[in-house]
Design a protein around this ligand. Structure first.
Ligand code: HEC
Ligand code: HEC
Length: 505
C-alpha cells in the first residue's frame, strides 16, 4: 500500500471514530477535564482532511456525514431549557423518576449547573458543591429539616448563606429563571437524592407569586448615572483597596490610601450585579451591616477568659470558628464552643437581641436564685427565655439588680440593690443582710441587671460612605456596579434572549 493510501485510510478512520464519539457524547480527548478539543472539533478536522484527500465519490459521502453532524451540532447547542419537557405533573409513586426530572431542570432551565457542581473532584468555586446536599441540608440551620432547608434555598436563598459564600444565588422562582412550583419540587427531589432520602411530602410555596409584579413596580427607576464616572468613584473612594474587580488594578501593596480604615479581605465584586438587585447594592453601601456576607463578618467574642477579635469564618449550632491575626500578621483559626463563651455583665436590659446576646442570666424580683436560658424573643417590657424545656417571659423591670460599690478605701462590695442613690445613701443586701452605705463614703457604683453570652457580628466595611459620597457619586457608583455581571449572567442572558422573556430585574 502506498503511503498516500495509508493516510487516506487513517483519516477516514479518524472521521468515523470522532463522528461516533461525538454522537455518543464521549468525553473530550485528549484532556477530558478541561474540555479541550471536543469530538465535534476532531470530526470537523477529519472532514476537512477527507475532503482534501479523497476523490469525488468519497467527497460526497464525507459531505453528507458533515451535514448530519452539522444538524446534530446545532441541536446540541440549543440549551435544554427550550427542548426540556414541560413538567405538568409529578409521579410521586416513583420518587426516583421525579428526581430524574429534577436533574433535567438542574442542568437546563434552572441554570443551577452554571454555578453548582455535583462532583467532589471539581475545583472549589464561588458556589457550594452539592454532592451529599441530601444529607448536609439537615445540618445547616438548627431546627430546620432537610426539606424545609432546601425549600428555603430555592425561594429565599438569602435567608441563610452557606458560610464562606456570598449572596449570589438567584431566587430561582423569579425572572429570569422562572421555575414553576412543579419544577422546584422536582429539583428538590433531585437534591435530596444526592446522598439523602427523597421526601415526597407536599409543601406550600413560602412566597406569593402574585407579589412579584408589585415588587418589580416598587423598584427605583432605572439608574441615570454614568458607569465610567462610577468606576472612577470606585477607585477614588478606595472601594478598590478592599474589593477586587476583574479589569481594575488595585493599588500596589504598601501604597496606602488616604482613607483611615484598615484594608480587609472583602468579597470579589466582579459578578456582584449578576443576581443582586440595585436595592441590595445600594443597601450594601449605605448600611453595610444590614446583610453580612458569610465568612466576612467581624466578631469580638469573650470565651475561656480571653477576648478573640477577628473574622467569623463559620458557625453551626454548637460552635463558631474565628480567624484572628497576631500582631506580626500570622493568621490563626480558633474553634470556640458556645458553651465556652464567658458571661458578660449587662447594665441595661434594652435591645438585647440587637446587641447579639443569645443566653441570659437574670434574677426575677420574686426569686432567690438566678435563672438562665436561651434568649427567644424580647419586647420593650419583657424578655422570653427558654429555661429547660419551657419558655418563660420575664418583665424587664421586675429583675433584681446587682450593685457593685467601691469605697474610697478601694473596698469592693457586691450586693443586691434595694434602694437609694450615691447622692444620699444606698441600701444593698449583702450575704443575706441589709447594709446601708453613705454616698459620701463611696467612690463609684455600677449596676448590672443581668449577665449574658453574646455573639455580635458586624460588617468590617466602613459605615461613613453615605457621608463621604455625594448623591451624584453614589448614582454613578451604582451604575458602575450594575455593569459587573461577570460570565454567569451572560449565560443566563443568552437563554433569556432565546426564550424571549425579559428579566424584570
Ligand atoms: C449564580 C449562581 C447560582 C445559581 C444559578 C444557583 N445557585 Fe444555588 N447557590 C449559589 C451560592 C453562591 C450559594 C451559597 C450561598 C447561599 O447559601 O445562598 C448557593 C446555595 C445553594 C444551596 C444551599 C447549599 C448548601 O450547601 O447548603 C442549594 C441547595 C442550592 N444553592 C441549589 C441551587 C439550585 C437547585 C439551583 C437551580 C435551580 C441553584 N442553586 C442556582 C449560587 C447559585
Ligand atoms: C475596609 C474595606 C472595605 C471598603 C473600603 C469597602 N468595602 Fe465593601 N465590603 C467589605 C467587606 C468586608 C464586605 C463583606 C461584609 C459585608 O457583607 O458587609 C463588603 C461588602 C460589600 C458589598 C456586598 C458584597 C456581596 O458579595 O454581597 C458591596 C456591594 C460592597 N461591599 C461595595 C463597596 C463599595 C461600592 C465600596 C466603596 C464605596 C466599598 N464596598 C468599600 C469591605 C470594604
Amino acid at each position: 500500500m502506498s503511503r498516500n493510501t495509508l493516510i487516506k485510510i487513517a483519516s477516514l478512520i479518524l472521521m468515523v471514530v470522532s463522528f461516533i464519539a461525538y454522537i455518543a457524547g464521549a468525553s473530550a480527548f485528549p484532556i477530558a477535564s478541561e474540555n479541550l478539543l471536543p469530538w465535534s472539533v476532531w470530526f470537523l478536522i477529519a472532514v476537512i482532511v477527507n475532503i482534501v484527500l479523497w476523490t469525488s465519490v468519497m467527497r460526497l459521502l464525507t459531505f453528507s456525514l458533515a451535514v448530519i453532524w452539522f444538524y446534530a451540532f446545532v441541536a446540541g447547542l440549543v440549551p435544554e431549557s427550550s427542548t426540556a419537557v414541560n413538567l405538568t405533573e409529578l409521579d410521586w409513586s416513583d420518587p426516583d423518576a421525579v428526581a430524574e426530572q429534577g436533574a433535567l431542570v438542574f442542568n437546563g432551565k434552572g441554570q443551577c449547573s452554571a454555578c453548582h457542581t455535583v462532583d467532589t473532584s471539581a475545583p472549589p468555586g464561588r458556589c457550594p458543591d452539592l454532592t451529599d446536599i441530601g444529607v448536609n441540608a439537615a445540618t445547616r440551620v438548627p431546627g430546620m429539616d432537610a426539606k424545609a432547608y432546601l425549600i428555603e434555598s430555592m425561594y429565599q436563598p438569602a435567608n441563610f448563606l452557606v458560610p464562606g459564600y456570598g449572596k449570589i444565588m438567584p431566587e430561582v422562582w423569579k425572572a429570569p429563571i422562572n421555575l414553576s412550583k412543579l419544577e422546584i419540587e422536582a429539583v428538590i427531589a433531585y437534591l435530596q437524592s444526592q446522598g439523602g432520602e427523597i421526601d415526597p411530602t407536599p409543601f406550600d410555596e413560602p412566597i406569593d407569586r402574585a407579589d412579584v409584579g408589585a415588587t418589580a413596580e416598587a423598584l427605583p427607576p432605572l439608574l441615570t448615572g454614568d458607569p465610567e464616572l462610577g468606576k472612577k468613584v470606585f477607585v477614588d473612594a478606595a472601594c478598590i483597596s478592599c474589593h477586587a474587580v476583574t479589569g481594575i488594578e488595585s493599588p500596589a501593596a504598601g501604597e496606602t490610601t488616604s482613607e483611615d480604615f484598615e484594608v480587609v479581605t472583602a468579597p470579589d465584586l466582579s459578578e456582584i450585579a449578576a443576581f443582586n438587585d440595585m436595592r441590595y447594592l445600594e443597601e450594601s453601601i449605605l448600611v453595610p451591616g444590614a446583610q453580612i456576607v458569610s465568612g466576612y463578618g467581624a466578631v469580638t467574642v469573650r470565651a475561656k477568659g480571653t477576648t478573640f477579635q477577628g473574622t467569623l469564618v463559620s458557625q453551626d449550632e454548637e460552635k463558631i470558628v474565628v480567624r484572628t491575626k497576631t500582631a506580626d500578621g500570622v493568621e490563626e483559626e480558633h474553634t470556640i464552643l458556645f458553651s465556652e463563651f464567658d458571661d458578660e455583665p449587662i447594665e441595661e436590659l434594652t435591645d438585647l437581641e440587637a446587641k447579639g446576646y443569645f443566653t441570659l442570666t437574670l434574677t426575677p424580683a420574686d426569686a432567690d436564685a438566678p435563672v438562665s436560658g436561651q434568649l427567644i424573643s424580647e419586647t420593650d417590657e419583657t424578655v422570653t427565655l427558654k429555661v429547660g424545656e419551657e419558655n418563660r417571659t420575664f418583665s424587664k423591670t421586675d429583675v433584681k439588680s446587682l450593685m457593685t460599690v467601691v469605697t474610697f478605701d478601694d473596698d469592693e462590695i457586691v450586693g443586691e440593690y434595694v434602694s437609694g442613690t450615691i447622692e444620699d445613701e444606698i441600701v444593698l443586701i449583702v450575704d443575706g443582710s441589709e447594709e446601708i452605705y453613705d454616698g459620701l463614703d463611696l467612690n463609684e457604683t455600677t449596676v448590672t441587671r443581668a449577665s449574658g453570652k453574646r455573639l455580635l457580628v458586624t460588617s468590617p466595611m466602613p459605615e461613613n460612605f453615605p457621608i463621604l459620597l455625594s448623591v451624584a457619586d453614589l448614582t454613578n457608583l451604582l451604575s458602575f456596579l450594575s455593569t459587573l455581571t461577570g460570565a454567569t449572567a451572560e449565560a443566563v442572558e443568552a437563554v433569556t434572549e432565546e426564550t424571549g422573556e425579559t428579566p424584570t430585574e
